[in-house]
Design a binder for this molecule. Sequence first.
Ligand code: CP
Ligand code: NVA
Length: 309
Amino acid sequence: MTKRDYRKVSDFSTEEIHHLFQLALTIKREVKERRFVPRLADKNLAMIFEKPSLRTRCTFELAMRQAGGNGLYLGPSEVGLGKRESVYDIAKNLERWFDLVMIRTFAQKNVDDLAVHASIPVINALSDAEHPCQAMADFLTVLEKRGSFDGFKLAYVGDGNNICHSLITLTAQLGCEIRVATPDGYQPKEATLVEARTIAAKTGATILITTNPVEAVEGVDAVYTDVWASMGQEAEAAERRKYFLPFQVNAELMRAANPGAFVMHDLPAHRGEEITDEIIDSPQSIVFDQAENRLHAQKAILVYLDELR
Ligand code: CP
Ligand code: NVA
């Protein structure tokens, strides 16, 4: 069998995504009940990081350890992707030692090139274009809380960034509804929308793109936001703040959502910017459940990709 990668959300079919959710829930039960199942016994994961991380590093490393394997952290100063060494040569080295590789990088091309050249599965642990593992953990959390995706309506308010792209595509695959509100000029990429609308035509999903946050949030079951300036955009932060201020997720905006609507964020949060303390700390907030589920969603992805080889 040929190896598979998880470079972007659409690399998995809808059927595979449902299978992964069930696998993740099984794995989560095993961990909670302290039942050790060595699903990745003696397997090794290379972890390439070109950007900082709390959740991604902890959860990939722990996922491997809890499954009987190992994760090895490779920071920016070790790898020097494309500078110290070409992506091709890195791929050809890593495949000799490791069973799987995850990469957090800037350009999606680095993820794609690594996947082309490495004979082992490559997992995108965040690029400028996508954060597919995050979206899987987010929807796993929604599934746990609601029991199903039937009629689920999600609003994403903020920057049309990597998180936004992965949420749009996964919503399309699951046949749900997403409404995205961004300032003009910060909309999600056209290519993502074209792909998601093609998927939506088959699954019955609905995708709305607007510049009006209230229109996006009206009557939804969950409101999701993310930082206004992503890693690598720090120099634009002050300029962006001017345009993004009306897109803050606060008590007033939440009033437009369904009563009890979930508050979602991938974290790290810039409290007082894209979200207020009052809202992120409210009983409706499920942000730490999302963070917890990174561990289980990713373990399911690792196990699945390893089994397919
Ligand atoms: N949400 C997320 O990926 O967090 P980190 O950047 O801390 O890994
Ligand atoms: N959009 C954010 C997500 C962080 C997990 C970033 O890329 O910095």
